[in-house]
Design a protein around this ligand. Structure first.
Ligand code: PGA
Length: 252
């Protein structure tokens, strides 16, 4: 089953207007100069930089995404952003249920699911993040934790076109401690097996499952080459044009 890898940069709470513009323009320029690149590129800046990023990548194959959205379409939700506004300012994707959101904002699986359903309704692709903590891994709960989060967070109506899964072991995020290929493949295969039960073999076979957690230029190729790894959700290394581009080349 051939799946086009997705290389997604999660900028988190980094960047000001000038460096975000330069970063987005730098990635867009590389992408325009490499029309045969075999992967899809995505950058996910903080909310106030979305318009700047969308302008910077216009006319290039680089897509723009948000890092969260609200489950409601509009209303009295101070500080929140709707999926339809993300779409309106040029986004085509949104990251949902990142472990930092689950930790910092106590987001639950059912909230992530509701947000993902709002994203789909607005015409965005939802990138649904799941992953175990180190304590859960050490307790032998890795597969159970991930399949349970997947069941609880997957939006109704999910298919391979509108939903991407990101497996991000919490212990690997921003730590420099990357999952081994065996660890990554084991969980990705378990996620795909669970997806088969949830959405059927056809859609599960086509759905992209990204790995995230200290993906860097020097480890990306062997992770992305794994049978059930279909790209990466990249934090730190997405903040430098050359590092992000090297990962894109490893995928494409
Ligand atoms: P990292 O972050 O690449 O800096 O580990 C990945 C993520 O949290 O999406």
């Amino acid at each position: 089953m051939s799946r086009i890898p997705l290389i997604a940069g999660n900028w988190k709470m980094n960047g000001l207007v000038a460096d975000a513009t330069a970063l987005a323009q730098g990635i867009a320029a590389k992408a325009k100069a490499a029309p045969a690149l075999g992967c899809q590129l995505l950058i996910c800046p903080p909310f106030p930089l979305l318009g700047v990023a969308a302008t910077a990548v216009a006319g290039s194959p680089v897509a723009v995404g948000g890092q969260d959205c609200h489950a409601k379409v509009s209303g009295a939700h101070t500080g929140d952003t709707s999926a339809s506004l993300l779409k309106d300012v040029g986004c085509s994707y949104v990251i949902l249920g990142h472990s930092e959101r689950r930790t910092d904002h106590a987001e639950t699986d059912s909230q992530v699911k509701a947000k993902a359903e709002a994203a789909l309704a607005a015409g965005l692709v939802a990138i649904v993040c799941i992953g175990e903590t180190l304590a859960q891994r050490d307790a032998g709960q890795t597969i159970e934790v991930n399949t349970s989060q997947l069941r609880g967070s997957l939006p109704a109506g999910a298919n391979a076109e509108n939903t991407v899964i990101a497996y991000e072991p919490v212990w690997a995020i921003g730590t420099g401690r990357v999952a081994t290929p065996d660890q990554a493949q084991e969980v990705h295969a378990a996620i795909r097996a669970e997806l088969i039960k949830l959405i059927g073999a056809d859609e599960a076979g086509k759905m992209r499952i990204l790995y995230g957690g200290s993906m860097k230029p020097d480890n990306a190729a062997q992770l992305i080459a794994l049978p059930d790894v279909d790209g990466g959700l990249i934090g730190g290394a997405s903040l430098k044009v050359d590092d992000f581009w090297a990962i894109a080349q490893a995928a494409g």
